[in-house]
Design a protein around this ligand. Sequence first.
Ligand code: PCA
Length: 327
Amino acid sequence: MNTVLRSIGLALATSFVAAAPAVAQTTWDMPTPYPATNFHTENIQQFAADVAAATGDKLKITVHPGGSLFKANEIRRAVQTGQAQIGEVIISGMANEDPFFALDNVPFLASSYEDAKALWDVSRDAVNARLEKAGLTMLFSVPWQPQGIYSTSELSGVGDLRNMKIRSYSPTVARMIELMGAQPVTVQAADLTQALSTGVVSANITSSATGYDSKSWEQLSWYSDVRAWLPKNVVFVRTRDFNALDQAARDAVLAAAAEAETRGWASSAERNDWYLDQLRSNGMNVVTPSAEFDAELRKIGETMTEEWVKSVGADGQAVLDAYRAAR
Ligand code: PCA
């Protein structure tokens, strides 16, 4: 192509772009706390891709995983104050502000996917109402795999953990560690590998997924698969930003969110076996706790169920009654 033709082509292309009708384009920043390869993050990336496809790229969600834009405990405030438009947090991380958010961390209240779903069905509206008051619109929530205990040696009972520094990610987990006679140390998932390698903590309570993400086998060679609870993450958007979208885009976000919730619950359950296999193939001993150990932990769970109801009040008792009736 000669230079003249090329410049005519360029001129045409430029005028075409200039003449195209202005398409309102919105970009949302989405800080999330967990690594890019974690199943929650992959689910969120799919959600973002679905929203882009359904809106013809009019709404673009840029995911910033691993606490790279805002740290785990800064994300909610960042979205509330409009520094970001949409974000993901672990629900129980907000329990200091409102004890209701601790519900899905109460040990042995709901420790299978089926029970976790029943618990979510009866508590979803209450979580949503609390977020709404903070100017946030809840989009979807997905559980982690059942929580177990990572340790340096085999655990025969709670006594083996006495006085140990154990990593916690929420006020409720910290309380459980206290009731086990040990010392809780709050460490966010993004800092976990370092906390383990520098010996800040010598045990951890979390999922198969986070044990895998943090390469826990490098320090901790035992995983007691106690399946104590399934904590959930929640994705919310700043209500002002959501309402600024046109109706079609709002519908697209809600439809993609509903799909993300269904897909996330399924992938959490499916991936548990894969994550446990990865722990084993990296040399970790994955064991089921003895009946005695299990009974000790369940006793702590009973105490914590009572404490939860007391801290929340009538609202909490009603949710618990509805959950028990539904099971
Ligand atoms: N992983 C996250 C929260 C719960 C989980 O399974 C963490 O350990 O921080």
